[in-house]
Design a binder for this molecule. Structure first.
Ligand code: NAD
Length: 252
């Protein structure tokens, strides 16, 4: 029960890493509001995952965030942790990539992370100390990616946002810690949803399985366990870090 009674909002909670975070955090005693743009998919998993509430939310839409803040405030009277996992992956050749595709990538991954912090930080501050924000970034935000440049750029921005927000919170002394997790290749439905590349042809999961030093692709729970740690009081002295959870990919 490492998160006993902690009030947690998770974005992208209908699938993959966000869903695993919800399941594992609930099993550690957290009260979780799960949110996702796909309200139907979220409703289908919310009960079984033990979510206290299923909240449809488009992370790129500021009105949705304002409504979410009001809801969290009504339900919980504040927030102890935010896990921001919602995201999409856009790839392709930069010389032919439509500007619209680039903007869609940044709107969801980078604007989304900004809006998450903008609207949830005040609720985390109300907790009076010990609040935690964890942004799900990516190893591509550290090392870049030939195939997924728009995605890698968005995740580099997410990492800079996490570090900057951590520094601002520390300077303000508001007690909120901000960290990022950089997953490697994790087996989730995201690979079937990639835009601008033929994931079936490039088969990133099979490629990764060959490249990962630990010899396997990651599972969503591998990321969820790291998210539990960062949201818990055990991480009270940890802020501004980017934690790779990648089976050793960054060592290569
Ligand atoms: P996923 O596709 O299984 O889950 C992503 C969820 O985000 C989906 O439920 C989707 O509906 C939701 N979503 C998409 N756009 C949204 C929006 N505008 N507003 C709200 N919700 C939205 O993918 P995943 O692998 O679980 O990815 C979760 C996070 O982890 C993403 O930020 C992704 O970039 C990151 N990540 C994943 C991997 C990996 O290998 N799977 C690696 C590195 C980083």
């Amino acid at each position: 029960m490492r998160l006993e009674n902690k009030r947690v909002l998770i974005t992208g909670a209908a699938s993959g890493i966000g869903l695993a975070c919800a399941q594992v955090m609930v099993s550690h005693g957290a009260r979780v509001i799960g949110s996702d743009i796909d309200g139907l998919a979220l409703a289908a998993v919310a009960d079984e995952a033990g979510m206290a509430e299923a909240l449809p939310l488009d992370v790129a839409n500021e009105r949705d965030w304002a409504a979410a803040a009001a809801k969290v405030s009504r339900m919980f009277g504040g927030l102890d942790a935010l896990v921001h996992s919602a995201g999409i992956g856009v790839g392709g050749d930069l010389t032919t990539l439509p500007l619209e595709s680039w903007r869609r990538q940044q709107a969801i991954n980078l604007d989304g992370a900004f809006l998450a912090i903008k609207h949830m930080l005040p609720l985390l501050r109300e907790g009076g100390g010990g609040g935690s924000i964890t942004l799900i970034a990516s190893v591509t935000g550290i090392r870049g990616s030939a195939v997924f440049a728009p995605y890698a750029a968005s995740k580099a921005g997410v990492i800079a946002l996490a570090r900057s927000s951590a520094q601002a919170s520390a300077a303000a002394g508001d007690g909120v810690r901000v960290n990022a997790i950089a997953p490697g290749v994790i087996a989730t439905p995201i690979f079937g949803r990639m835009e601008g590349v033929d994931a079936a042809a490039s088969d990133p999961v099979a490629t990764a399985a060959r490249l990962v030093p630990l010899g396997r692709v990651g599972q969503p729970e591998d990321i969820a366990y790291a998210a539990v740690y960062l949201a818990s009081d055990e991480a009270a002295y940890v802020t501004g870090i980017v934690l790779p959870v990648d089976g050793g990919l960054l060592m290569r």
